[in-house]
Design a protein around this ligand. Structure first.
Ligand code: DX5
Ligand code: ZN
Length: 233
């Protein structure tokens, strides 16, 4: 299980997005998390494919596009063309989840389903074959800087168990990404529950030293993952 840190550009200085993206990559980011909000599925309004395409030349790591939009299908295609490497969307925002996932896969991007804190893991039941990753929300979507919702921990554990069973049966690994309220002081517990990709917005961009912030999150995640590995043996 490899640990990946995905700083959320939502907390970056949007007037200097290219510089901010380069800075977090120099500081060790494994992905650039890119939050798309539409003032419909969520109250806030952020950025579209044009900004993703402008960011692409500054990205040495995959752009991880998290679509908080409704409907999703046309934007899946637009963001894939704009250079997204990973694309996730919320199942409640799609009329036909299986078809939307097919659009992501056909575009060549990695496909993910994003589940809100109160959204059931049952959405995964019939689509695991189509998934490259699951994004579990540990806050309600729409804003950065919120507190981690504790019920996301047992849910992460349950999701990891489900994905591990799928891997044992098929040999295919599905990544588990957690998004919302991730901090150096809670990331060990989150990794211990089985998450392996950690989105962090305010915990990175509120710090002067991005490298130190990312290193602190990575160290916490590694210790949690090691404890989990030990417990599994
Ligand atoms: C919230 C977004 C998150 C957000 C996380 O809707 O999906 O990616 O940027 O921000 P923090 O890490 O500050 O909770
Ligand atoms: Zn996000």
């Amino acid at each position: 299980m490899s640990i990946r840190i995905a700083p959320s550009l939502l907390s970056a200085d949007f007037a200097r997005l290219g510089d901010e993206a380069r800075a977090v990559q120099d500081a060790g980011a494994d992905l650039l998390h890119f939050d798309v909000m539409d003032n419909h599925y969520v109250p806030a309004l952020t950025v579209g494919p044009l900004v993703c395409a402008a960011l692409k030349p500054h990205a040495r790591v995959p752009i991880d596009v998290h679509l908080m939009v409704k409907p999703v299908d046309s934007l899946i295609c637009a963001f894939a063309e704009a250079g997204a490497g990973w694309i996730s969307f919320h199942p409640e925002a799609s009329e036909h989840v299986d078809r939307s996932l097919a659009f992501v896969r056909e575009s060549g991007a990695r496909a993910g389903l994003a589940l809100n804190p109160a959204t059931s893991l049952a959405w995964l039941d019939h689509v695991l074959e189509r998934l490259d990753f699951v994004l579990l929300m540990s806050v309600n979507p729409g804003f950065g800087g919120q507190s981690f919702i504790d019920s996301a921990l047992p849910k992460t554990r349950a999701c990891r168990a489900l994905l591990d069973r799928f891997e044992a049966e098929t040999g295919r690994h599905i990544d588990l990404e957690i998004d919302g309220g991730v901090k150096p002081d809670n990331v060990a517990a989150i990794a211990g529950a089985g998450a392996e990709v950690f989105v962090a917005g305010s915990a990175v961009f509120s710090q002067g030293d991005y490298a130190a912030a990312i290193a602190a999150i990575r160290a916490g995640a590694a210790s949690g993952a090691a404890r989990r590995g030990g417990a599994a043996q």
